[in-house]
Design a protein around this ligand. Structure first.
Ligand SMILES: O=c1ccn([C@@H]2O[C@H](COP(=O)(O)OP(=O)(O)O[C@H]3O[C@H](CO)[C@@H](O)[C@H](O)[C@H]3O)[C@@H](O)[C@H]2O)c(=O)[nH]1
Ligand SMILES: O=C(O)[C@H](O)COP(=O)(O)O
Length: 229
């Protein structure tokens, strides 16, 4: 099989972990390029990503995750696309389990289902909101409704782009994928990411996520009401 997978990694102030994430991708087969989209970081993320051998694109200012993924897709060349977060560290090495089934045609979109979190981060509010909304729009129960680790063909990605703003990107993408008739599967993988804690930073982060996810559901419900579904 050809080296035709573009890995796209949005990264905002991820200097502490980006090197480990990129190093763990080096041994994987079929990767054509790794595109890190530095979303206006001020901690040297871009320099670390370059030093680890990635192609780095720098957003002029912090535009949010959805915009970073749209930019990464525009700048990438591979026939297959794999979105990964910057904070996976060594567990990024599981990414092949996501793109292999797409390359052999077993599904159109593969989403990583994570094991239960190791530490208690949030209270599950955003995850449950996302799960509930996706169930009502797609009829399907998602184990990891917010998971940004996703593989697909370039054709599928381009059909679903440009992506929703900020942290609304995953739920919007999943609903649009169902509406477009793509075969979406969740694949259990041993991936782990940084858990946000129960400090003010964690509550601020989850508050923003909650607003972004809720906004997507309201917009999609409005579309449905207007018969665009
Ligand atoms: O303004 C931003 C904020 C974050 N990121 C990147 O987006 C990814 C996910 O952000 P993170 O802060 O790790 O969010 P989490 O809450 O830990 O992530 C969960 O929830 C997000 C959606 O709310 C999903 O995008 C993630 O895949 C999922 O793991 C990381 O690579 C970030 O560097 C950006 O590119 N721009
Ligand atoms: O880490 C996450 O997946 C998000 O911050 C969601 O947090 P919550 O579902 O615990 O509110």
């Amino acid at each position: 099989m050809k080296d035709d997978v573009s890995v796209i990694i949005p990264a905002y102030n991820e200097a502490a972990v980006i090197t480990a994430t990129l190093n763990s991708l080096n041994s994987l087969p079929h990767i054509k390029e790794i595109v890190v989209v530095d979303d206006g970081s001020n901690d040297g993320t871009a320099e670390k990503a370059k030093a680890a051998g990635a192609q780095v694109i720098v957003q002029p200012f912090n535009k949010g995750k959805g915009a970073a993924l749209t930019r990464g897709l525009q700048e990438s060349l591979g026939e297959y696309i794999c979105f990964l977060d910057a904070d996976l560290g060594e567990s990024a090495a599981c990414a092949a389990k996501l793109y292999q089934p797409i390359k052999v045609g077993n599904a159109d979109i593969a989403i990583a289902a994570f094991p239960p979190a190791k530490s208690k981060g949030g209270f599950g509010v955003v995850t449950n909101l996302a799960r509930f909304g996706l169930r009502s729009f797609t009829g399907k129960e998602f184990q990891s409704p917010l998971s940004g680790q996703r593989a697909m063909s370039r054709g599928a990605a381009e059909r679903l782009a440009p992506f929703a703003d900020g942290f609304g990107v995953e739920v919007s993408f999943t609903i649009d994928a169902y509406r477009a008739g793509f075969r979406v599967i969740e694949i259990p993988v041993e991936m782990f990411h940084r858990e946000t804690g129960r400090d003010w930073r964690g509550f601020y982060h989850r508050g923003r996520q909650c607003c972004h996810v809720a906004r997507v559901f309201l917009e999609k419900a409005r579309d449905r009401g207007r018969g665009f579904d």
